[in-house]
Design a protein around this ligand. Structure first.
Ligand code: UD1
Length: 364
């Protein structure tokens, strides 16, 4: 293929998705460019992922940083325009559902540059979630919708997307997980954190619906305090969550919980693999725990990744102290009874990156 692909990433969950596609593209001799919008910029949220995943230095770094949704999206759009004019790629490849995804797609669509959306078709049916807006709009703009699971194909067909634009390729994040699982063990975060000899819960929480509402975050802090009475609780705290805990005077209430800064990819996978269970509101960890066969409680009323519940190890739980307490009791009992072997959903096999490149190459 002599065409040029321009990949756009910006936020933490994009990085593990672009890595296998870049690798497959290189192996196939495709001309590729990597653009980092700078939506995430802290070392722990960005550079450490580039290092651990073996990603090349971006060809362009837009340095947009944080802001309101409107500010951030607008800044990315303005910075993307000259980049697309300069490189004139045949395809823009965007990933997931973050603001960088929709912003880049919107600019490319108006310039007549074809768009491939990796992780297309996921729907929570909850438009209060900013990512749901990003998913719906990016899928409307995309010329090629590359889906991670069969439910996503059904969602797109129901929205009137023509079948010939939809390509089921499986879950590309699993390519990275399977490639780096051994490296994650070798990094040994569990050992260096002194967790090797004890059962622990690994916690991450950062969704606006959980951490930007004072009553909900107070409930969650109560739930973590209760959990810490039963087993070790390790909480990798996203910058926005740390800010909210401080704003509302909740940090002191978490004295029994081990609060860590955001972890790198290899550390995160190592902790997830060895945890008694994971408590999260992340999209990626719902999928990673399914592959690892580790129980996951997702503190959300819905999920855009339903196969992690129907086929994997994921359970939804309300973001209240009482609900998380009850779910913990059940999860620990079911885990002891061996209920969490899990099943690998179709196409979660480590080969999605190759299928993505093959599918783009097959388009005229
Ligand atoms: C974004 C994505 C979300 C994803 C998450 C992973 C959108 C709409 N949301 O949410 O889907 O699950 O990334 O982390 O794109 N901040 C820092 N350092 C950083 C980045 C952010 O301190 O490197 C702080 C800033 O105060 C910023 C806040 O975190 O305002 C939120 O960052 P932002 O990129 O707006 O959204 P996330 O909550 O990270």
């Amino acid at each position: 293929m002599t065409r040029t692909l321009l990949h756009v990433v910006g936020a933490r969950p994009n990085f593990m998705k672009v890595a296998p596609v870049l690798a497959a593209g290189s192996a196939a001799g495709v001309r590729q460019l990597l653009v980092h919008t700078g939506q995430h910029y802290d070392h722990a949220m960005s550079d450490s992922f580039f290092t651990d995943l073996g990603l090349p230095r971006p060809d362009e770094h837009l340095g947009v940083g944080s802001g309101s949704h409107a500010e951030q999206t607008a800044r990315i759009m303005m910075a993307m325009e000259p980049v697309l004019d300069k490189h004139r790629p045949d395809w823009l490849v965007v990933y997931g559902d973050v603001n960088s995804t929709i912003a880049a797609a919107l600019v490319a669509a108006k310039k007549g540059i074809r768009i491939a959306h990796v992780e297309a078709g996921l729907r929570s049916r909850d438009r209060a979630m900013p990512e749901e807006i990003n998913r719906i709009l990016t899928d409307q703009l995309a010329d090629l919708l590359l889906t991670p699971s069969r439910d996503a194909d059904g969602n797109l067909l129901a929205e009137g997307i023509p079948a010939e634009r939809i390509g089921f390729v499986g879950n590309v994040m699993v390519d990275t997980l399977l490639r780096l699982r051994g490296a994650a063990r070798a990094r040994g975060a569990v050992e260096s954190l002194g967790l090797a000899d004890r059962p622990f819960v690994f916690v991450t929480l950062h969704r606006p619906s959980n951490v930007d509402d004072r009553a909900t975050l107070t409930e969650l802090a109560g739930a973590l305090t209760d959990l810490a009475g039963q087993l070790t609780v390790v909480f990798a705290v996203h910058p926005r969550t740390r800010q909210r805990l401080a704003d509302w005077g909740l940090t002191a209430a978490l004295a029994g919980v081990r609060l860590l800064d955001p972890l790198g990819y290899l550390e995160t996978i190592n902790l997830a693999e060895r945890a008694a269970f994971v408590l999260t509101d992340s999209g990626g960890l719902q999928e990673e725990t399914t592959v690892l066969g580790v129980p996951c409680l997702t503190a959300r009323p819905n999920t855009e990744r339903p196969v992690t519940v129907t086929e994997g190890t994921n359970r939804l739980v309300a973001s209240t102290r009482a609900a998380i307490g009850q779910a913990t009791t059940r999860v620990l009992a079911d885990r002891a009874a061996g209920a969490f072997s899990g099943r690998q959903p179709e196409g979660w096999d480590g080969r999605a990156g190759e299928r993505i490149i093959a599918r783009i190459a097959a388009m005229a």
